[in-house]
Design a binder for this molecule. Structure first.
Ligand SMILES: Nc1ncnc2c1ncn2[C@@H]1O[C@H](COP(=O)(O)OP(=O)(O)O)[C@@H](O)[C@H]1O
Ligand SMILES: [Mg+2]
Length: 398
C-alpha cells in the first residue's frame, strides 16, 4: 500500500533574543505535539548569537542542557534560503572538500521564537521571500504587536480600551532628561510603569512611585530599547489572558486564564489551597474567576483586537482588569504565546496535537490566500528602455 507523504514542518526555535531559553521549551512542546505518522518534524535551532543548526539531536530537549550541543554528531549548520527554488533549508551551506551541502525542502515553517528576531516580523520577512507557508502572524502584524506603543495606537482606532502612554527615545533621555521627566509628569500621574517599547518576559520593566524611581526605571529600560514607554500603573487590578486562533473569516476565543504574580500567588495559596490537594497548577486560575458578562466582554475584545492587528494563526491577548470598577485595558498581544497557550485550548477540547495541526492548516490557508495577489506584471518596459537607452546611464543614447 502506498503511504501518503508526510507533511514536512520545520520548527524554528532559540533565537537572538532575551527569550531564547523560553523559546527552546516552546519549540520542544510544539515538536512533541505532531503525530509522527502524518508529519516529519525538522528542528531548526538558532543559537544565542544567531547561528543556524538542524539535525535529529535537536529534537531531544536533554541535549540542550549539554554545552557541547553544537558539536554533537548529526547536528549540521543550515540556513533558510530566500531563493524560492530551494523552498527550504540549505544544510551544510559552506561544504568543503570532505562534505557536501544539501537542500532540505519543507512544506510549512513553524516559528516558535519569542521576542526580537523571531516574533517581530524579521523571520516572517525571510519566509515571505522564500514563499514558504508559515504559522502565525505575517510581517506587518508581527512587527506591530512586537511594539507595545504602536499596538496601542492601532487598538485605539479599533475602539479597544488601552492605557494612555508617553513615548520618547533613548536619545532624548540622554540629551534632555529633565525635559523628558517634566513632560511625563505633565501627562501622567504616579504610580507609573516604565517599559522598553519592544521587549518581553518583563525584562527592563519597572514600576515607579516617585521621581527618583522613575529616573532609575528609565535608565534601566534605556539599556534594552531605543524607544521607551511610560504608562499609569493599575492598582488593585488583576491580569486576564485570552488566546485567539483563526484566519480569514473565522476566529475563536479561548477560555480565559488569570495568571498569578508572585504576590497573588501567595495570597491565592492562603485563600484556596492551603490544606487542600497542594499547589499543583497555582501559576494560573483557569477559567479566570470573573463573571460571565465580563468573560464575554473580554473574549469579544480579544477577537476585535486580533483582527485589528491583522492577526493570523494564534495569539494570547493580555488584559489588566479592575472587575469591580468595570475597567478593562488591553495590555499586550503576544503572537507567539509561551507554550502556545496549549493549556487554554485544552479547555476548549483542542489537544496539543489538534492545535498544532490546526495552525499548520491556517498557515497553508494564509499562503493560498496570498497567492491570489498578482506578483508578475509583464510589460514591454525593458525592451523599450533598451532600444531608447536610459538617460544618465553609461552608454545611453540620448
Ligand atoms: N500599567 C500597568 N499596571 C499594572 N501592572 C502592569 C502594568 N503594565 C504591566 N504590568 C505588570 O507587569 C507585567 C509585565 O508587563 P508586560 O507589559 O506584560 O510586559 P512583558 O512583555 O514583559 O510581558 C504584567 O504582566 C503586569 O503584571
Ligand atoms: Mg506580558
Amino acid at each position: 500500500m502506498s503511504k501518503r507523504r508526510r507533511t514536512c514542518v520545520a520548527v524554528i526555535f532559540g533565537g537572538r533574543s532575551v527569550e531564547h531559553d523560553v523559546s527552546i521549551v516552546t519549540g520542544h512542546q510544539i515538536m512533541g505535539a505532531f503525530p509522527a505518522d502524518l508529519y516529519e518534524v525538522v528542528p531548526v535551532y538558532i543559537s544565542r548569537d544567531g547561528a543556524w543548526f538542524t539535525g535529529d539531536p535537536l529534537l531531544d530537549l536533554d541535549n540542550f542542557a549539554n554545552k557541547g550541543l553544537l558539536r554533537l554528531e548529526g547536528v549540521a549548520s543550515c540556513l533558510l534560503s530566500p531563493d524560492t527554488r530551494h523552498h527550504g533549508l540549505i544544510v551544510n551551506p559552506l561544504a568543503g572538500r570532505f562534505s557536501k551541502s544539501d537542500v532540505k525542502r519543507i512544506d510549512v515553517a513553524f516559528p516558535a521564537l519569542h521576542g526580537t528576531h523571531g516574533e517581530d516580523g524579521s523571520l516572517q520577512g525571510l519566509l515571505e521571500l522564500a514563499d514558504i507557508p508559515y504559522v502565525g502572524y505575517a510581517t506587518l502584524g508581527s512587527a506591530l504587536t512586537n511594539d507595545k506603543t504602536m499596538t496601542k495606537m492601532v487598538l485605539r482606532q479599533a475602539d479597544v480600551p488601552v492605557l494612555d502612554d508617553f513615548v520618547f527615545s533613548r536619545e532624548s533621555w540622554l540629551n534632555h532628561p529633565d525635559q523628558v521627566l517634566e513632560e511625563i509628569q505633565q501627562r501622567l500621574a504616579f504610580p507609573l510603569f516604565i517599559k522598553p517599547a519592544t521587549l518581553g518576559s518583563s525584562i527592563g520593566i519597572s514600576r515607579a512611585e516617585s521621581l527618583p524611581l522613575l529616573r532609575a526605571g528609565i535608565d534601566i529600560a534605556a539599556n534594552f530599547d531605543r524607544r521607551i514607554m511610560v504608562e499609569p500603573a493599575i492598582a488593585d487590578g488583576i491580569e486576564i489572558n485570552c488566546s485567539v486562533i483563526g484566519f480569514g473569516g473565522e476566529y475563536q476565543a479561548s477560555t480565559l486564564e488569570q495568571p498569578l504574580s508572585w504576590d497573588d500567588f501567595l495570597s491565592y495559596e492562603d485563600k484556596y489551597l492551603r490544606g487542600d490537594e497542594g499547589m499543583k497548577s497555582a501559576e494560573r486560575i483557569i477559567p479566570a474567576p470573573i463573571n460571565d458578562e465580563l468573560t464575554q466582554r473580554l473574549q469579544q475584545l480579544s477577537l476585535r483586537a486580533f483582527q485589528a492587528v491583522d492577526g493570523r494563526g494564534i495569539a494570547r491577548i493580555d488584559f489588566l482588569v479592575r472587575p469591580e470598577q468595570g475597567e478593562i485595558y488591553l495590555n499586550e498581544i503576544n503572537t507567539m504565546p509561551g507554550s502556545l497557550a496549549l493549556y487554554l485550548w485544552r479547555e476548549e477540547g483542542l489537544s496539543p496535537s489538534q492545535l498544532v495541526q490546526r495552525l499548520v492548516d491556517l498557515a497553508r490557508e494564509a499562503h493560498a490566500e496570498k497567492r491570489r495577489n498578482m506578483y508578475d506584471y509583464q510589460t514591454n518596459l525593458v525592451s523599450v528602455a533598451s532600444q531608447r537607452g536610459i538617460k544618465g546611464s553609461k552608454g545611453a543614447k540620448s
